[in-house]
Design a protein around this ligand. Sequence first.
Ligand code: GRG
Length: 291
Amino acid sequence: MIKSKLIQNAKKIDNFLINFLKKQKYSLLVAPMKYGLISGGKKIRSTIILDTGKLLRIKEKKLVHICAAVECIHSYSLIHDDLPCMDNDSIRRGKPSTHKKFGEATAVLAGNSLLTLAFEIIADKKNFLSSKHKNDIMRLLANFSGHTGIAGGQELDLKFENKRKNLEQIVNMQRKKTGKLFNFCMQTTAIIANKNKKEILSLGQLGEEIGLLFQFADDFLDVKGSKKLAGKPLKKDKKKGKSTLVNLLGYEKAFKYADKLKKKILLKLTKHGKNTKDLIDTIEFILGRNF
Ligand code: GRG
C-alpha cells in the first residue's frame, strides 16, 4: 500500500520535473541534472508534503511545485555527497553516481544547477501561490539548505569523522543534515494552509523529528540493509568512523532510541485530529524501511 503510494507520488513529481526542464532552454547540464534527479529515489520528502497536505486539506495542485523544488535540493545534496571530496561513493540509486557517469566537474555544476532550479520552480508563474507565500517559502528553503541547514550539517558530519561525539552533538548534526529539509516540507505546507505562526512552527518541528527518524533509519540500513535493495554501498559508517547513533550506542540501544522517537512523533500527531492516516503510514514505513 505505502509502496504504491510512494511510486505514484514519485511518478507525479518526476513528470512535473521532466516537463519543467523540457520548457527550459537546452544546455549540456540537462542530462546530468536529469540523471541525478529523475527516475530513481523514493521522493519521500514529496510524500511527506502530500501527506501533510491531506492532513491540512490542501489541494495537491497547490503543492506540486514545492515537492519538485524539495527534490531538486535533495538530489543536489546527494550528487555532491557522493563526490570524492565528500563521501566518495560510486553507486547511488543502483546506478553509477553522477560524477562516475559524467565526471566530477559536471557533477558539481549539475548539483549547483539543481540548487538554483529549486528557487526558479518556486518563483514560477504557474505556481499559483501569493507573492508573500512564495517569498516566505524561498527564505525558509534557503535558510534550511545553507550553512544553518543541510550544508552546515554536512560540514559537521565530515568534521565528526573519527571523533568521539556525544548524543546531543550527533543529533544536532543529523537535524541539520537531514531533519531541516523535512522541517521545510511540513512547515511550508502549513504556510500554504494559512495556519498561524505557532501551528506553522509546531508542524515544522514535527517534520524535523520525522527527518531525524529518517536519518536514524538510514544509519540502521547501513548496518543491516541489503546493498541491492538500498541501491547504494552499505557498511561504510563504521569503516569511515562516522558519528552515528549506532556507532555511539550500538545497534540495539540505537534502535530503541529511534523507536521511542517514532512513538513520540505518533503521539504528537494524535493532536492533529482526523486525516492523519497517510502521514502515520509514511512514518511507520520510515523506521521499518529496507530501501
Ligand atoms: C546545500 C543541499 C546542499 C548540499 C550540500 C553534500 C551536502 C551539502 C549534504 C549532504 C546531505 C546528505 C547526503 C544527507 C543524508 C540524507 C539522506 C538520509 C539521504 C538519503 O535519502 P533518500 O533515502 O534518498 O530519500 P533517495 O535515493 O530515495 O532519494
